[in-house]
Design a protein around this ligand. Structure first.
Ligand SMILES: Nc1nc2c(ncn2[C@@H]2O[C@H](COP(=O)(O)OP(=O)(O)OP(=O)(O)O)[C@@H](O)[C@H]2O)c(=O)[nH]1
Ligand SMILES: [Mg+2]
Ligand SMILES: [Zn+2]
Length: 268
């Protein structure tokens, strides 16, 4: 168990996070004193974690029903932070997963449809985690802890009753915890969120938003106007790609909503 000195907390100007690389003085009694925190590759506010290689966004086919916009805000934050995106659609045993999965087949993001009784797809996800620090995120009750337990049965994180969550609006997982899986592999379970606050989550400029939707990239160069915002201008090649079914309409709708939200964030 390590503690951080006041000096180090002042030095990094913020709290230490799960995922920080630190050095510590060993007190030789099972405790230690953190005296160095390495520069971060990236860090997230919610969940509070640093040095993330991959954000594994978990959404259920149903119960709770998926909100594509929230998934797209999370993937935007990940892309902006230089983290890979992996989308996992859970609970395919109780609802049709294709409506949701179909949206993401037209993105370069890794995608897996799974359920707690589908060990094959769990094996595929496990193979993608090797050597990375991965953070699971997604709404409360989608099955993040269940998935971690299927991936790594030795961890046995807490799984909650869905009825309990809906009734009391309470998260089963309360803290962000990073588990070591050997060979430079780490995974973090996080509490699900009920609402996303883009302002808190990332410092995105309106003009950068389209770059965080990587499937737009082949088209943005062909828009009629050089300063096209891809939000409905004449001759927008992204809108044309949506009409042709090359880009998901749902992703484009999220983009427009997010672009407008980002535009309205007060900047100083
Ligand atoms: N039918 C079905 N139920 C599932 C599946 N995965 C998880 N569940 C159930 O969904 C409920 C919530 O699962 P959790 O793993 O606790 O969800 P969580 O995302 O960790 O929730 P928080 O910790 O509150 O953020 C539990 O009752 C699970 O048994 C699945 O693939 N199919
Ligand atoms: Mg949980
Ligand atoms: Zn355009």
């Amino acid at each position: 168990m390590c503690r951080a000195s006041a000096k180090i907390r002042k030095e990094i100007g913020k709290k230490l996070l799960a995922g920080d690389y630190v050095s510590f003085i060993d007190n030789k009694d099972g405790t230690g004193f953190i005296n160095v925190c390495e520069e971060r590759k990236n860090s997230f506010v919610r969940p509070p974690v640093a040095n993330v290689d991959m954000l594994l966004i978990v959404a259920s086919a149903d119960q709770p029903s998926p909100v594509p916009y929230n998934i797209d805000v999370l993937s935007t934050i990940a892309v902006k932070s230089g983290a890979e995106v992996y989308i996992v659609v859970t609970k395919s045993d109780i609802a049709k997963a294709e409506t949701l999965a179909g949206i993401y087949r037209k993105t370069p993001f890794e995608l897996t449809v799974t359920s707690s009784s589908d060990s094959k797809s769990v094996d595929k996800i496990r193979a993608c985690l090797k050597g990375k620090t991965t953070v699971l995120t997604g709404a409360s009750g989608v099955g993040k802890s269940t998935l971690i337990n299927l991936l790594f049965p030795s961890l046995q994180t807490d799984v909650g009753e869905l009825s309990d969550k809906i009734r009391r609006g309470r998260n089963t997982t309360r803290v962000t915890e990073l588990f070591s899986l050997g060979e430079d592999t780490y995974i973090a379970d996080t509490p699900g969120f009920s609402m996303l606050d883009i302002e808190q989550c990332c410092t995105l400029e309106p003009g950068e938003t389209a770059d965080c939707f990587p499937e737009f990239a082949p088209y943005t160069v062909s828009c009629r106007f050089r300063k096209c915002t891809h939000t409905g201008e004449q001759g927008c090649a992204v809108s044309e790609a949506v009409e042709k079914g090359l880009v998901s309409a749902s992703r484009h709708e999220s983009y427009i909503k997010l672009f407008n939200e980002v535009k309205n964030i007060p900047r100083y």
